[in-house]
Each structure stands twice: as structure tokens, then as C-alpha cells.
Ligand binder design. Structure first.
Ligand code: AMP
Ligand code: MG
Length: 465
């Protein structure tokens, strides 16, 4: 009897537990289904313009996406390059002058080295000092020496009188005489030792970009092995069975691959070293093989196409398999499906940008995300695209769902004292002509309606002003 009672109690407790578990499971399932329905509905409501098959990737703002990219990009290690190959690179170490410049007191003018205290008058010319050799005599009072610009001042002389203030005088027995027409002070028209650059002076900082003047400073200091941040090697792969190389004849249903040539040019223009991975078609194995080569050889890999929602859009899953996808959608027009991933191959990290296929989308997203990443890797202190403000010349239609990067050509208007932005016309993302002559991407707000002509808008610079 007692056993029966215990058994009944046990059954009771177990049944209660089973009910509780069942309730909890049902609750979770119901909640998940409910949440999914809510998500579905809200996405249908907020993105009613977009097709119903929703990407599983959350939509990031451009700002957040750029922060994600820059957090993954780090300055590349130091390499030594010859001075002739350093233009545009970023210096990886401070550079100090080895010697003073000039290394000897030098004449600023063509004229006569004199002793200032002698004053104006007629003097014998006892020697010539030309640039490139040290004088082997000591000038004494009552005499002058002919001297050229950049020549070392002879010992004893303390000033130079420029040739315009002098006059040749005929002397007897072909004695060379000159009339000094002005009173000069000691030090006049002499560049003292180190006046331009002092010995050991810091002439260039680590982190500085090397332009023409900086290259000249390195040359002057004799720094011919220049420590720079390595330039990013950037591999470029086109995807799509419809693409043919521009050198090949066009078959039916085909178009020429323009993204590869465009991106390779943009990489060069932005200080990267391109690696051409060709056209990968739409075959998974072919794409994977080429992507693997890119991951091994490059610091950055750009693919174009194959990131939308079509059956042949294989890039996102391939990247998810190869590494970590950080984002797969950005709220922007053009370029929404841009995908960013990182992967480690052989101890080397590679940043991967799955750029959209449309020619404008791929180039615009390269400028907006790729260029700042390249700059940061190359050691730039501020890798962001420069922003100015410009007045729009035409009324511009806005997009209610996404901020738009409207291609425009900016020029300075002297009367209005501001930049004027001329639209490049139809902004279809397939129309590369809308990038032609564009030196800026206007940052148009996500908004209904039209922006009136004359409105000031922020503009990101992608070319020279
Ligand atoms: P996808 O994202 O692959 O569907 O490509 C979007 C559009 O861009 C399609 O019309 C493609 O034909 C076009 N496209 C993709 N890649 C390229 C390329 N490398 N050059 C020119 N057009 C391309
Ligand atoms: Mg494609």
C-alpha cells in the first residue's frame, strides 16, 4: 500500500514536471514565432519598396559600417624603399638631417666676396670662387673675389656684393679691377652654415605623407632608403558569367567587364598595389579558387558582383565560409548589398570587400569604404574622405528609404564664394557615365521629396577639386 502511494506521488510529480517543460517549450516557440512575425511585418512595413525575400544580414548605417571597417584595418608594417619609389607613401619613422644645410657658408648671389669694413671703392679681383669648390686662399683687406651663387665664401670675406651693384674697371697690365658701389654689412648675402636645415634637425615626422617637397627633403638629407608603411596589395576579382575581358570579342548575352579596370585604376590612384584576379564567372569552385589566391597574396580583396539576392549570388556564403562576415547590408544608395569580411590565411589578415556588381555601386562603395581602409593601412593619420560643403546647382530628388550618394562635379564659384555642385545627371547605378568627371559624392539625406536648387549639402571628395 505504502509503495502504491509513493508510486502515485512520483507519477504526479513527473506529470507536473512534464507539463511545466511542455509549457516552457511552447512558450519559447510561440514567442519566437511571434517575434519572427513581428520582424517580418515591420520589415514589410518599413521596406515596402524592397523585395520580400529579406536578407538575413542586418542593415547598418554607413557611419557604423565605416567604423567596423576601420576597426579591422591597421597600418601595415615598415618596409624600406628607394627614394625614387617613395612618392605618395607614408613615412614610418622620423627623419633627422645628417648634416647642416648648407654645409658651408654660401653666397646667395652672383657678385663679389668682400670685407664689409672696406666699404665702396675700386678693388683688385684676386680670385674666382665658383660653386662646387672650396676657396684655397684667404681674402685680405683691400681686395675682393669674384663669387657665384651657392659657392663657398672664402676665408676672410664676411659679405657679398651682388654683381648689379658693381662695375668692371680697366686696370693697368690687365689687372682686374671692380668698383664696389654700395656699403654692405657683415653677413649680407651669405647663407650661414645650417641656416636652411640645422644638423640633426627633425625634417620629417613618422606618419607624414611623402609629396614632392618631402621627397626633396629626403634627397637633401641623403636618405635614399626610405622607411615607409607598406602599400596595401589589393586583389580584384570580377564575378558573373556574362562578363568578358575588354580585350576579347563580345558574344551574345555578354557585356565587358568594366569593374576590374575601374577598380584597378582606383586602387593605383589611391596608393595601393593592384593584383588582377581576372573574371571568376559564377561557378562556386572557380570563385573559391580565385578568392583563395587573393587571400594568400593580398592585404585587401575586392570582389564585384554576386552579393545581391539572386540564385547566382555566391559571394556572401563563400566569404562566410572563408572567414568572418562583419556586415552584409548597408543603408545607402547606391551600394546596399556591400559585404565586408575578414579572413586569416597563413598568419596574414585580409580585408575583403564584396562590392556590388553595378559599375557605379562598386566604385562608389570602394570610395566610401575601401579608400579609407587603404589609407589607414598605408599609415594615413586621418584616413577619412575629406568633406566640404557645396551648393547644389539643380533640384535633386531624394530617396525616402536610403541616404543617397549623388555624383557631382564641384567647382569653386568666385562670386558666390562657395563650391557649386553640378549633378552628373541620371543616377542609375548601372550608368558609369554618372561617375564621369565626378569629384564628389553629395551626401543626400534619406527623405521624401526634392532638395531645392541652391541648398547647401555635405560632399565627400573623391577627386581633385
Ligand atoms: P550582380 O550583383 O552580380 O547581380 O551584378 C549586378 C549588375 O552589375 C548586373 O547587371 C551585372 O551584369 C553587372 N556587373 C557585374 N559585374 C560587372 C563588371 N565586372 N563589369 C560590368 N558590369 C558588371
Ligand atoms: Mg552577377
Amino acid at each position: 500500500m505504502a509503495d502504491d502511494g509513493r508510486r502515485t506521488a512520483m507519477y504526479g510529480i513527473m506529470s507536473l514536471l512534464a507539463v511545466l517543460v511542455l509549457y516552457e517549450v511552447t512558450n519559447v516557440v510561440v514567442r519566437d514565432v511571434f517575434n519572427a512575425v513581428v520582424r517580418r511585418l515591420s520589415s514589410v512595413v518599413t521596406h515596402s519598396k524592397e523585395h520580400n525575400m529579406e536578407s538575413p544580414y542586418p542593415m547598418l548605417s554607413v557611419e557604423d559600417a565605416l567604423s567596423v571597417v576601420l576597426a579591422q584595418a591597421a597600418p601595415l608594417t615598415r618596409v624600406m624603399v628607394d627614394l625614387s619609389a617613395a612618392l605618395g607613401a607614408v613615412l614610418a619613422e622620423d627623419v633627422h638631417a645628417r648634416e647642416p644645410l648648407p654645409p658651408f657658408a654660401a653666397s646667395v648671389k652672383d657678385g663679389y666676396a668682400v670685407i664689409a669694413a672696406d666699404g665702396p671703392g675700386i678693388y683688385p679681383v684676386v680670385a674666382d670662387v665658383t660653386a662646387g669648390q672650396m676657396a684655397d686662399f684667404v681674402l685680405t683687406r683691400g681686395a675682393v673675389a669674384y663669387i657665384t651663387t651657392g659657392a663657398p665664401i672664402p676665408q676672410g670675406a664676411d659679405a657679398v656684393v651682388m654683381v648689379e651693384e658693381t662695375e668692371r674697371v680697366d686696370g693697368e697690365n690687365s689687372l682686374r679691377l671692380v668698383r664696389i658701389g654700395v656699403q654692405v654689412k657683415a653677413g649680407d648675402d651669405i647663407r650661414p652654415v645650417g641656416v636652411d636645415v640645422a644638423a640633426d634637425e627633425l625634417i620629417l615626422d613618422a606618419g607624414e605623407r611623402l609629396g614632392a617637397a618631402e621627397i626633396g627633403l629626403l634627397a637633401t638629407a641623403g636618405v635614399v632608403d626610405v622607411p615607409i608603411h607598406a602599400r596595401p596589395r589589393v586583389a580584384v576579382l570580377s564575378t558573373g558569367d556574362e562578363l568578358v575581358d575588354p580585350h576579347q570579342p563580345l558574344g551574345p548575352g555578354q557585356i565587358r567587364d568594366s569593374n576590374r579596370a575601374t577598380l584597378i585604376a582606383a586602387i593605383r590612384a589611391n596608393g595601393g598595389e593592384p593584383i588582377d584576379l581576372g573574371i571568376g564567372g559564377d561557378s562556386q569552385t572557380e570563385l573559391e579558387a580565385r578568392i583563395n589566391r587573393g587571400l594568400q597574396e593580398a592585404d585587401v580583396l575586392l570582389t564585384s558582383g554576386g552579393v545581391s539576392m539572386g540564385d547566382r549570388d555566391l559571394i556572401k556564403p563563400i566569404l562566410a565560409h572563408a572567414g568572418t562576415v562583419h556586415f552584409g547590408r548597408v543603408r545607402m544608395k547606391p551600394g546596399k548589398p556591400i559585404t565586408f569580411a575578414t579572413a586569416e590565411v597563413g598568419g596574414k589578415r585580409c580585408l575583403i570587400f564584396g562590392l556590388p556588381g553595378n559599375p557605379v555601386s562598386s566604385l562608389a562603395t570602394f570610395y566610401l569604404f575601401g579608400v579609407p581602409a587603404l589609407r589607414k593601412m598605408a599609415g594615413w593619420r586621418n584616413p577619412l574622405l575629406r568633406r566640404v560643403h557645396a551648393r547644389v546647382a539643380q533640384p535633386l530628388r531624394l530617396d525616402a528609404y536610403r541616404p543617397e550618394y549623388h555624383r557631382a562635379t564641384l567647382h569653386w564659384d568666385e562670386n558666390a564664394r562657395c563650391f557649386i555642385a553640378e549633378s552628373t545627371g541620371s543616377q542609375a547605378s548601372s550608368r558609369l557615365l554618372s561617375m564621369r568627371t565626378a569629384n564628389a559624392l553629395l551626401e543626400l539625406p534619406q527623405q521624401e521629396g526634392t532638395l531645392p536648387a541652391g541648398t547647401m549639402v555635405p560632399a565627400l571628395l573623391i577627386g581633385e577639386l
